[in-house]
Design a protein around this ligand. Structure first.
Ligand SMILES: Cc1cc2nc3c(=O)[nH]c(=O)nc-3n(C[C@H](O)[C@H](O)[C@H](O)COP(=O)(O)OP(=O)(O)OC[C@H]3O[C@@H](n4cnc5c(N)ncnc54)[C@H](O)[C@@H]3O)c2cc1C
Length: 393
């Protein structure tokens, strides 16, 4: 690197780092140098490349609803936001909605969440058993009493395409991407010194930690902060079904198992039982999870899924915040010029437009302008005031 000094260094250049870099570079009131350090420019194993790439407003925390409402508007206008030259990126957004299903004992929680979601402007329909049956005739309703379906603003998209679109736009605006691992960070004056795996060092006025579960937690540790963010393995399975099921949403069974259309087939997954959920050290697929748990649940809920053709599967690393299943975003009290965005607990892709925007605002103006992301501040960890998200998928 010819010039070892940058105004802002972002460590981790997947969706969160690239969104932040891009939206910072897009600001007319910021003219500084931005460097993104990314250990794996092929992005093979990062969460951003292995996600189920879906967006919903059906959360139980107001901040998550607001973030996703911002996110869906951003995704709808992606071609305009991230156009480079004549190239308007497309991310194949399908607004098929989430369908959260409830058994009688969980119906009150569903209704409570629905009121909150509607109050915040989400377009979610609450349906009783009869209405569900007429809308989704292929569904086994036997044990269900109600369900909530995202009528607009929820669905799925090309998540890898979103990450690459942020990256491409950032680069077109002069953001520099360095292919190296940041092996060591240390405070230096009011900024930071960063040692790279190439042996080079870089100094930064502001350091942004968007290095995902493992890398991010390690960088925090070096900065003197212990964050309860862990990498948890989540497997995604694909299958085809001969019977055509029209209007299939992203269905969340009361057991937590999810399934949604993808291409000509479906993808599905589920968290493993809590006592079988160690930190993710490899990307081996646990096929027994599909055979013993997921498929039986799906076949019960959608009888057409009794006869399916399983396809490829993959494993990814969930960036789980063990404290309260919500991200830590923003500046860190007591650690100067150190910003982070970590621990998205399975909803980081959809949150990347709003969080990247918010971090860019913090860097330039010292405060949030578009959406107040302070409920996600890491202050809640020391204060022991968790912001519990009940709808974790
Ligand atoms: C199976 C699965 C399904 C998911 N489904 C959804 C979904 O439907 N909707 C949704 O919104 N989210 C979903 N997620 C979550 C979402 O993918 C993540 O929250 C999001 O991608 C996090 O992005 P990130 O940029 O913070 O981290 P990552 O994508 O993990 O990227 C971190 C980057 O930092 C780099 N890095 C790490 N350490 C260093 C270092 N020291 N130096 C340099 N570079 C470093 C890594 O190489 C990596 O590229 C899912 C995740 C998984 C695994």
């Amino acid at each position: 690197m010819s010039n070892p000094t940058a105004d802002v260094v972002i460590i981790g250049g997947a969706v969160m780092g690239s969104s932040t870099a891009c939206q910072l570079a897009q600001r007319p009131d910021f003219t500084g140098r931005i460097v993104v350090i990314e250990a794996d420019p092929t992005y093979q194993t990062c969460a951003s490349a292995r996600s189920a790439a879906s967006i919903r407003q059906q959360f139980s925390s107001p901040i998550n609803i607001d973030i996703s409402l911002f996110g869906i508007e951003y995704l709808r206008q992606i071609g305009t936001h991230l156009q480079t030259g004549q190239d308007r990126p497309a991310i194949d957004l399908h607004e098929g909605g989430y369908l959260f299903l409830a058994t009688p004992d969980k119906e009150a929680i569903l209704r409570e969440n629905h009121v909150l979601q509607e109050t915040h402007g989400a377009n979610i329909g609450l349906f009783d058993q009869q209405e569900l049956k007429s809308r989704f005739p292929w569904l086994n309703m036997q044990d269900l009493s109600a369900g909530c379906h995202g009528l607009t603003g929820e669905g799925w998209f090309d998540g890898y395409g979103l990450m690459q679109a942020f990256r491409k736009k950032a680069r077109s605006l002069g953001v520099e991407y360095v292919s190296a691992e940041a092996t060591r960070i240390a405070p230096s004056g009011s900024g930071w010194d960063i040692t790279l795996s190439t042996g080079e060092t870089l100094s930064a006025g502001i350091l942004v930690n968007t290095a995902g579960a493992k890398g991010g937690a390690e960088l925090c540790r070096q900065a003197g902060l212990d964050v309860p963010v862990r990498s948890k393995k989540r497997c995604v399975f694909t299958f085809e079904c001969r019977e055509k099921l029209t209007g299939f949403p992203l269905l969340i069974d009361p057991t937590g198992t999810y399934v949604r259309p993808e291409g000509n087939g479906y993808i599905c997954g589920s968290a493993p039982p809590e006592d079988q959920d160690p930190d993710c050290d490899d990307f081996d697929v646990d096929h027994t999870l599909f055979e013993n748990h997921i498929w039986p649940v799906l076949a019960n809920r959608v009888p057409a899924f009794e006869t399916i053709k399983p396809g490829p599967a993959w494993a990814g690393s969930y960036d789980m915040n063990l404290f309260d299943h919500n991200a830590f975003v923003g500046a860190v009290p007591g650690i100067g010029n150190f910003l982070l965005a970590l621990g998205f607990s399975g909803h980081g892709l959809q949150q990347s437009p709003a969080v990247g925007r918010g971090l860019a605002e913090l860097i330039v103006t010292g405060r949030y302008e578009t959406l107040d992301l302070s409920p996600l501040g890491i202050e809640r960890l020391a204060a022991n005031t968790p912001l519990i998200e009940k709808n974790v998928v």
